[in-house]
Ligand binder design. Sequence first.
Ligand code: SAM
Ligand code: SF4
Ligand code: FES
Length: 354
Amino acid sequence: MGGNVNVNETNAGQRIINDREFALRLIADPTSAEARQVVEAADGLRSETVGDSIHLRGLIEFSNYCRNNCLYCGLRRENGKVSRYRMTPAEIIAAAENGAELGYKTVVLQSGEDPAYSGDTIAEIVREIKKLGLVVTLSVGQRIPQDYELWRSAGAERYLMRHETADPLLYERLHPGQSLVKRVALLKILKELDYQVGTGFMVGLPGQTAETLWYDLKLAGELQAEMVGIGPFIPHPETPLGQEPGGTLEQACLMVALTRLILPQALIPATTALGSINPLGREAALRAGANVVMPNLTPKKYRPEYEIYPNKICLGEEAAECRGCITRRIESLGRTVACDPGHNSIWLGRRSGS
Ligand code: SAM
Ligand code: SF4
Ligand code: FES
């Protein structure tokens, strides 16, 4: 393959995983000609494997309370400047109904790690949303496996929980009192429960190296993640990392591209964080291998309080405005909004026994 990444060679992803020197050379210089070729190759592979339509997931950020203290996140429990809110089950279901009316096929229920919502409460919310004919993705952090099992039985099909960084020491520094081993063990349990599992990581974290990012890719590959979310770290002034530099568009897009080559069938979002550091950041990711966008469905009054990082987009828009905006952006790329539920095809194949 030399310096070129030819997607007709089925082993492009394998080479990234196995050829350390090749991978690190690419990751270390995301603006090189070689890196640009990789991005183009990944876009081509994306078109061949998952097609040109883009899946929308309506994001409902239902609580900004969090028991954790992740060093990078604006919702960390020691940030006393956040005005905290919790949506009631009725409000969450109403937001999902709004999503269904706007044509979303999936809603993503996301929150800080908030024990105020019991396993049963979340299960009941999932059951109510399933009655609307929607796919339910959960992203509420680390819980006991029994909760994950309960929610899967209630009808939730997908779970998003990024591993954040595959460097165990960096993980411990960024997440006081927590371990990468436990995070990965929970991701494996979610897989065993037959969720479509989303992992992912931030790029540009203080202390992260090209090698760490290579391990991030390898871990996503090892887990055979059905979804992989990759976004730039954006420093939040009210956190201990507030004065650090953030991740770049080029680096995040390259990691999206490499992920596509490693996991050709994956659902890969063009993240809101990318759209927040660059007005056309999501479009750039959609041209680098991504095939999902997660517009905001959170009621407008709560949006400014879910400030995981500053300058987050879509704070002043109604859900309907985001829905229209994202359609225009997708169409500007010559792509279309998908009409199907947008499941990972490998997961679907496993379920039908094929
Ligand atoms: N609490 C759940 C969890 O941690 O998995 C879900 C919500 S959490 C806010 C969602 C994601 O936000 C995290 O996985 C993390 O990667 C991302 N995030 C948090 N702070 C960020 C920052 N400063 N810059 C970019 N992404 C950030
Ligand atoms: Fe809480 Fe998630 Fe933010 Fe960590 S990243 S502080 S778990 S909301
Ligand atoms: Fe929210 Fe564009 S997606 S305003």
